[in-house]
Design a protein around this ligand. Sequence first.
Ligand code: NAD
Length: 472
Amino acid sequence: MKTYSKLYIDGGWHAPANNNLIEVINPATEAVIGTIPAGGAADVAAAVAAARSSLSGWSSTKPGIRAGYLTQIYEALVVRGPEIAELITNELGMPIKLSQRIQAGLPTVVLESYINLLGDFDFSERIGNSLVLKEPLGVVAAITPWNYPLHQLMIKVAAALAAGCTVVAKPSELTPLNAFVLAEIIDSSGLPPGVFNLVSGYGAEAGASLISHPDVDMVSFTGSTVVGKGIMSRGAETVKRVALELGGKSAAILLDDAHLETAVKATLSSCFLNSGQTCSANTRMLVHQDQYNAVVELVRCHVVPYVPENPLNTQARIGPLVSAGQRDRVLEYIRSGLEEGAELLFGGVEPPDGLPLGYYVRPTVFGRVTKEMKIAREEIFGPVLSIMTYRDENEAIEIANDSVYGLAGGVWSANHERAERVAKKLQTGQVDINGGRFNPLAPFGGYKQSGNGRELGKYGLEEFLQTKSLQF
Ligand code: NAD
């Protein structure tokens, strides 16, 4: 049991203004595994004041000094990696092997990339008779979701601190324990007081207080599109910079010359990663109508190993969903697919065998999904794949783009030029060609209602900078 009763503000652990606690539940066992404070407006005010008063000192440090502090944090994060992986598996339900690599490993990769970037990023530029300065934006509110909790927090914290901003972080109330480990690490790194602050709590209280606080200069938000829209309009009242990383409904297009078996295996893996709780998951698979039967055969063969099981088993590929609410929401979508006449190829609404406890859902694949069905249009955020057919390349592009979202996608073809041509026509922030692997230096972010921000690498750093021109 992890019991946290204090918030990290101004370089120390402080009791919150009220005594309300939030219980953290293990989604595999339904047991309470921790408690955290439900911070409110008074705690947010204290954290923002600390971030504001430390800003002038931190923003005027040399990049090399900031890189030194980030290196201290990096080293401690590596040491505590195994503990962090197990903690996030217990909070979230991601299989432990994947947690080790992604939930604990990726934040160190991201942090290291910002340490390296500080070595060669130009914070000023000459343009004619002007000197253009890239200055830190100020006090940043970092509000994050539960699905890749430490990664999402680290993307924001590493880039903001590297830029010279100070931070108040508000992690998701569903998977907050890892953020307390990060605060412990930052505390022992000797980072100046107030540069990083942690206020846990509910979105409607701690989160809402942060976004409306006049002394917050920027909100960097990752979460659902519906909450993101509200944040954008609230942020407008004080003309904050609002960077949004929101939902997705990404499509993998299997062109008719693709290696179908490789493409099917990779699309199942993308869709079912983290029990389908991945914003950039390819949840629609678009196949040529003449290849539908062949693809269905391949799906039936390669979906078999995706059996939900205890995420602490080292062989586990898929664990539970994060909460009872998320499980129920996903089951509603599976029901709607059945009601709207999609062909159920695998899975369904019955609970998986042999798992009396935990928020498990059968990985589910629907065939013959049409573009007006809810399962084709809405973000399900669960292990549900929709197979749709197209007649020609143009129709494939049209179906892929027929979405309010535009976060990611995939194109598969034996012809590289053809794949690239199709990828350029997709209205999304990222496209993986023939399974191109994740690049932690490439900008990540959405088109359309998937958001307006870009994270990772130098684009992620620039989010936290504003420009000033001096004329000579
Ligand atoms: P959510 O929007 O419910 O919550 C995200 C965060 O916002 C949490 O910390 C929550 O407490 C806070 N929040 C909620 N209401 C708030 C309010 N009124 N004011 C301020 N803060 C508030 O999202 P979630 O359920 O935690 O995460 C799932 C969603 O996140 C999915 O839609 C997913 O696609 C999206 N996501 C996007 C990306 C990306 O990079 N584009 C990455 C991961 C997840």
